[in-house]
Design a protein around this ligand. Structure first.
Ligand code: 1CP
Length: 342
């Protein structure tokens, strides 16, 4: 019996959509906080295959999600390329910055990334042994633009200003960085698939700040390039693309990039997305993650509205963005019940 997520990704309309949740392993769960404390800090957790597999499995045990997503982070690729990376408690990631050709020249070679990333492939191997047989294992990476925004600015930014500035002022440096990340991402995702990932997802969290031609050039094209290279090596592995806040850019994105599924944030309506995006294949996402904090009848109503809007085509139920640390774990169960009750 084929796993439900793989059936939806193959284009099948199922009576009940399969479910998983972005950031399903994370700080809203007490068992996650305990394992992270045991690891010492977030990065030590990412690079500890036994403990990273443990936190990946926690939400599967608690809720029985249809998919598990590898526990890691999109910023491990910059680190493997030689960027300094650390996390400031309560604030977020910090990296060395890229402001010109000199910084780019200091980065390492794509051929060397697997040395740093080997523990991540080991986590994937453990998970493919230990997951329940009905659960799909999803690997992931950041899209080149989103990863570049962090490598250039050295941190998360509201409007990705430093990355836009480098694109404008030193386009040759910017393009070379994008090419390096694209190549590294192909290698990283390909190795995850070799190790047992059954699906991979490309997170372009900051795609929304690319407009017009820049969206095509720096969100759509690199995703297309990564998908083409992965499909050549792994033709049967489905790929989910998440050009977050793309708006009208969601229209035709799957066809243009070769993605098997497009993940949707919650700035578009499910009814609009059913008519404009799901016509090309599987969609995923769209429930506002704030419902996981506020709960109540609004959570149930919105969940059922989204399930209904996407009921005539292939659909994987998910949030529009990651669940936040202040979410109530009971609300996650309420969401799952609302989806499965129909
Ligand atoms: O203290 C902690 O425990 C750290 C919080 C945390 C977690 C749980 C970070 C730091 N990363 C993660 C795990 C993670 N990150 C996963 C694991 C799988 C899952 O359960 O979903 C995934 C898929 C990611 C992806 C990721 N990291 C993205 C893309 C998706 C998105 O949310 O937009 C991005 C942008 C990051 C960068 C990052 N890592 C962590 C934080 C707090 C951030 C955002 C920083 C910022 O922009 O300010």
């Amino acid at each position: 019996m084929t796993k439900t997520i793989l059936r939806a990704l193959a284009g099948e309309t199922l009576p009940t959509p399969p479910i998983w949740m972005m950031r399903q392993a994370g700080r809203y769960l007490p068992e996650y906080r305990a394992t992270r404390a045991q690891a010492g800090d977030f990065l030590s957790l990412c690079y500890n295959p036994e403990l990273a597999a443990e936190v990946t499995l926690q939400p599967i045990r608690r809720y029985g999600f249809d998919a598990a997503i590898l526990f890691a982070d999109i910023l491990l690729v910059p680190q493997a390329l030689g960027a300094d990376l650390w996390f400031v408690t309560g604030e977020g990631p910090r990296l060395s910055t890229i402001t010109g050709a000199d910084d780019l020249a200091k980065l390492g070679l794509v051929a060397d990334i697997d040395e740093v990333l080997a523990p991540i492939y080991e986590t994937v191997k453990i998970l493919s042994r230990e997951l329940p047989k009905e659960t799909t294992l999803i690997g992931f990476a950041g899209a080149p633009w989103t990863v570049a925004t962090y490598m250039i600015a050295g941190r998360g930014t509201k409007d990705q200003g430093p990355a836009h500035a480098l694109m404008r002022e030193h386009p040759e440096v910017f393009d070379a960085l994008m090419a390096r990340i694209t190549e590294a991402t192909i290698e990283y995702l390909s190795r995850q698939i070799d190790a047992g990932a059954e699906v991979v997802k490309i997170f372009d969290s900051w795609a929304g700040s690319l407009k017009g031609e820049a969206f095509t050039k720096y969100a759509l094209e690199p995703t297309k390039q990564i998908i083409a290279a992965l499909k050549a090596r792994h033709p049967n592995t489905p790929i989910i693309a998440f050009p977050r806040e793309a708006g009208d850019g969601y229209i035709g994105f799957a066809k243009a990039t070769g993605a098997d599924c497009v993940a949707l944030d919650n700035s578009v309506s499910a009814e609009w997305a059913a008519a404009n995006v799901q016509v090309d294949g599987c969609v995923q996402g769209n429930l506002a993650s704030s419902h996981m904090v506020t709960g109540g009848q609004a959570l149930v109503d919105d969940t059922k509205r989204i399930v209904k809007a996407f009921s005539n085509g292939p659909h994987i139920f998910n949030l529009g963005h990651g669940i936040t640390p202040d979410a109530d774990p009971d609300n996650v169960q309420r969401m799952i019940d609302a989806v499965r009750e129909g």
